[in-house]
Write a protein that binds this ligand. Structure first.
Ligand SMILES: NC(=O)C1=CN([C@@H]2O[C@H](COP(=O)(O)OP(=O)(O)OC[C@H]3O[C@@H](n4cnc5c(N)ncnc54)[C@H](OP(=O)(O)O)[C@@H]3O)[C@@H](O)[C@H]2O)C=CC1
Ligand SMILES: O=C(CO)COP(=O)(O)O
Length: 335
């Protein structure tokens, strides 16, 4: 029997980075109470006492009375029917490690834009395989949306992806606000991969900016990134999708151009001559594209899609290739 989300289902968020914090803020616009799993005791106590996350989006204020805060993942999961995962993909497994509560009767939403390393599968696939959650109980929240702009309540568009549009609409109602517009899709595979690939292309853009390339070249690089993304999806999972929609192209654009993009910032440092290690040390947040570059190269070994931009990023980040030589070589492959 198909799973239908209850309109009154209680929501909980797992993670306490910038996106988790933004999602708690969004959910609280519609929900009386939201569960929030915060692994870090100091952060948890600070949110409880002061109503702000001391590390991320510090200006966002919460009423602690409307939060069910806990450092017990089991407690938070037990109390919710919808569990939103918002930790970086590289920490997903360690974040979920303490969980003993079964997830099979819950609706799990991934707000994560990355591949699960080692397993080389998407978060939806991981949740399905590891926690026996059927795909009709898994959703995705994606779209061109930086947490910092949510904090400022600047108009943003999110896309909710579920196997059925009915569930997507109910979930969408929980995150629609004056400043969040919600679209719907059933393309779980395509939107998960678009969210992963755009991070790699934004690193490529950052590298090019760091090397001194100008806007004319960036436009060419980004349009080739969009084509590479489309090619990957149509060759691996053909579907009648519109990759011009904001969850695909829009997210690529915002991540490539925004001052808030961590992936672009990371690439910029690499282009300016920082080593990978020093660029990571400079970042106080996670650039998912760094991990995605390796995962996608491994995944693509079997699939054989022509991906010169992702290859360039991989060679620079993992193989010690020179950014200027690698981008120079790439210029001959762009259209
Ligand atoms: N930021 C954004 O605008 C958006 C982000 N996303 C996606 O959301 C996901 C989460 O990213 P985001 O919130 O931005 O991440 P941030 O970089 O803001 O936060 C990183 C989080 O990872 C935690 N962390 C660090 N080290 C570990 C560890 N060893 N084990 C477990 N957790 C650890 C940090 O905890 P601590 O502070 O205690 O170290 C912190 O909570 C990503 O997939 C991202 O692509 C999606 C849309 C928008
Ligand atoms: O996914 C995002 C915006 O939609 C966030 O991108 P960054 O991780 O590069 O900041």
């Amino acid at each position: 029997m198909a799973y239908n989300i209850d309109r009154n289902a209680r929501c909980a968020v797992v993670g306490h980075g910038s996106w988790a914090t933004a999602l708690v803020k969004i959910l609280l616009e519609n929900e009386r109470n939201v569960g929030w799993y915060i692994r870090n005791r100091d952060v948890l106590e600070h949110v409880r006492k002061h109503g702000t996350n001391p590390r991320y989006l510090r200006d966002v204020r919460f009423d602690p009375g409307s939060l069910h805060l806990s450092d017990s993942l089991d407690e938070v999961a037990r109390d919710a029917e919808i569990v939103v995962l918002a930790a970086p993909s590289v920490y997903l497994k360690t974040t979920l490690e303490p969980l003993t509560e079964p997830l099979g009767d819950k609706f799990i939403v991934s707000a994560i834009k990355g591949i699960v390393p080692d397993d080389l599968i998407t978060v939806a696939e991981y949740v399905n395989r590891r926690y026996d959650v059927p795909f009709d109980q898994i959703g995705i929240v994606s779209g061109p949306c930086h947490a910092e702009e949510v904090a400022l309540e600047r108009l943003s568009y999110l896309t909710v992806v579920c196997k059925t549009l009915e569930n997507s609409r109910i979930l969408g109602d929980k995150i629609r606000t004056d400043y969040i517009n919600v679209g719907h899709s059933t393309d779980i595979y395509g939107i998960e991969y678009a969210s992963v690939l755009k991070n790699i292309y934004a690193i490529a853009v950052g590298i090019a900016v760091g090397l001194g390339y100008g806007d004319n070249f960036l436009a060419v690089l980004i349009s080739n990134g969009a084509m590479e993304m489309s090619r990957f999806m149509s060759q691996t999972y053909p579907s009648n999708r519109n990759t011009f929609a904001s969850a695909y192209l829009g997210d690529l654009l915002v991540t490539s151009y925004s001052q808030f993009s961590r992936n672009r910032r990371f690439g910029l440092m690499i282009g300016k001559g920082y080593s990978v290690h020093s660029a990571q040390m400079e970042m106080s947040m996670v650039a998912e594209g760094y991990y995605a570059a390796e995962c996608i190269m491994k995944i693509n070994r079997q699939r054989g899609v022509d991906m010169p931009i992702a290859r360039m990023v991989y060679d620079v980040l993992y193989d010690g290739a020179s950014p200027s030589v690698s981008v120079g070589r790439l210029t001959g492959r762009l259209l």
